[in-house]
Design a protein around this ligand. Structure first.
Ligand SMILES: Cc1cc2nc3c(=O)[nH]c(=O)nc-3n(C[C@H](O)[C@H](O)[C@H](O)COP(=O)(O)OP(=O)(O)OC[C@H]3O[C@@H](n4cnc5c(N)ncnc54)[C@H](O)[C@@H]3O)c2cc1C
Length: 474
């Protein structure tokens, strides 16, 4: 950024921006009180929070455009924010400035049953969208485990996935088009409403997963599908993760694509047992599987999945017979993130991905990394996609340097196994220092040039993805 266009950290620029925001948007949408600001300082990543200077609670796309125009004029940083459930520090305003919250823009504007399209605002909570489309006999695939509170804008920014991704894909697979407001306040509609369409560059696809660094999403057009007739859930216990991984291969060989294949390793099962859930003491791994589709097909697939697990040496296979039983099986899985956090003073949760057949190698590698160290490691995740949440837990702050070196060891191992650093949480702050382990200088430089095309002065969500902002996580 040329010197004359560098963002100002001058407090008077912030004061001018705040006064202009209050004048234009009205004081009810602009927060400046330190107690109110503190609620917008952090997310669920464990990154050190940073209290912003100003918070804007946007209610309309015009509010967003006004904020980005004022921020550009006064050279003040802006960090977009949805529900704050992110796990990579994406909405932490590391350099201060304005936090621009789109959670209040929460209308489901349209559900078109014939065309299988929904048009929604970015603040719609994912679970609410599910309920609304399912009431119409329709289906939206992505199902992040945070669905009770994360918002569509954040899902789009992170290209969020979820347990159903194996069969039904991630957010990008469901976004047809969107409206983006760029720095300076220009509203740009992109994409389409039709299933097919290849006009021009796929800018929509670029914005999905750009972590709030290219613009602020103010409307999203989503593809829908008919709701599957039936869903069945199975739980299978194994002595170890290698047997569980073998079962996943057998299931695919049997030509079944379950919508979910969730894996819990031995230490994770111990954590679940510690919460009072009775699980066979001989079990060192669990698969939680779900199939969906037409009635007859589901019945056949349940049989094939059960047989594949048995062939792989399952200790036990249970099938949930009704919705209540399915819910019970899933509650334990959904609570895992918070339950494991309660196990230690500090927790770092990664979401690496490796090719499916390398999963057992990665789990061995995690065991080796944690051996004799002042932290514990446990792993669970979306085994169908090879997307595993490796968690490091520790109590003594002095252990942090050992955790950092374990983390780097983990990322190096993932890249060596031809995997990728993050499957759904994004690079944000937490993985920015490691980007170079996976991506070439040329690719990083190309992405930086793309960033400059959207945000020439580097004002939008600074410190994320590319930089060593020097901001410390945890
Ligand atoms: C218990 C738990 C379980 C989780 N499970 C999953 C899971 O299964 N799968 C998964 O993918 N993630 C999961 N997450 C992570 C998180 O919920 C997702 O990343 C989610 O998409 C974040 O949405 P949010 O609204 O909370 O966004 P925030 O945390 O507020 O922001 C996330 C990013 O989006 C940007 N952003 C937000 N709104 C906008 C907007 N309108 N325009 C542009 N940029 C915007 C922010 O700048 C930031 O970079 C989980 C988190 C928790 C705490």
């Amino acid at each position: 950024v040329p010197a004359d266009r560098r963002p100002s950290l001058d407090p008077s620029a912030i004061d001018r921006a705040k006064a202009a925001l209050e004048r234009t948007l009205g004081s009810s949408k602009v927060l400046g009180d330190p107690n109110a600001l503190a609620a917008y300082a952090g997310d669920e990543s464990g990154c050190e929070p940073r209290v912003p200077d100003v918070v804007v609670l946007a209610a309309t796309p015009d509010d967003v455009a006004t904020t980005l125009a004022i921020a550009e004029r006064e050279r003040v940083f802006v960090t977009p924010r949805g529900a704050g459930s992110g796990k990579s520090g994406g909405c932490v305003p590391v350099h201060g400035g304005i936090v621009l919250v789109t959670l209040g823009m929460a209308a489901i504007k349209e559900i078109d049953r014939d065309e299988l399209v929904a048009v929604v605002e970015p603040g719609v909570v994912l679970g609410r969208l599910h309920e609304a489309v399912e009431r119409e006999g329709l289906f939206y695939g992505p199902d992040a485990n945070s669905l009770d509170w994360c918002a569509i804008g954040g899902n789009v920014a992170e290209n969020a996935g979820g347990p159903r991704a194996f069969k039904h894909g991630v957010t990008r697979d469901w976004v047809l088009g969107l409206e983006l407001v760029t720095m300076g306040g220009e509203r740009v509609a992109m994409g389409r409403r039709t299933k097919k369409g290849v006009t021009g560059y796929d800018v929509t696809g670029l914005v999905v997963g750009s972590e709030g660094t290219l613009g602020v999403v103010t409307e999203v057009t989503l593809r829908l599908a008919p709701k599957p007739e039936r869903v069945a859930t199975l739980l299978a216990l194994f002595t170890d993760v290698r047997a569980a991984a073998r079962a996943v291969s057998r299931i695919l060989e049997a030509r079944v694509v379950p919508r979910c294949v969730e894996l819990l390793d031995g230490p994770t099962l111990a954590a679940v047992r510690a919460r009072g859930v009775a699980i066979d003491a001989a079990a060192g791994a669990m698969l939680l599987l779900e199939v969906d589709g037409a009635d007859v097909a589901v019945e056949r697939e349940v049989e094939r999945v059960g047989a594949a697990c048995d062939e792989a040496g399952a200790l036990e296979v249970l099938a949930a017979q009704d919705a209540a039983a399915r819910d019970r099986l899933w509650t334990a899985r959904r609570e895992l993130s918070l339950a494991t956090r309660a196990m230690a003073r500090f927790k770092l949760s990664e979401d690496v991905v490796v090719p499916r057949r390398k999963m057992a190698d990665l789990l061995d590698c995690v065991d080796r990394i944690a051996e004799g160290e002042p932290f514990r490691a446990l792993t669970y995740g979306h085994a169908g996609d090879g997307n595993l949440h490796v968690n490091f837990l520790w109590d003594d702050p002095a252990a942090r340097p050992r955790v950092d070196s374990a983390l780097e060891g983990l990322f190096r191992a993932v890249v060596a196994l031809r995997g990728t650093l993050t499957g759904e949480h994004g690079v944000g702050l937490t993985k920015a220092p490691y980007l170079g382990l996976e991506q070439s200088d040329a690719l990083v430089a190309l992405q930086r040039r793309l960033k400059r095309a959207f945000d020439p002065d580097g004002l939008l969500n600074p410190g994320k993805i590319f930089t060593g902002s020097g901001h410390r996580s945890c």
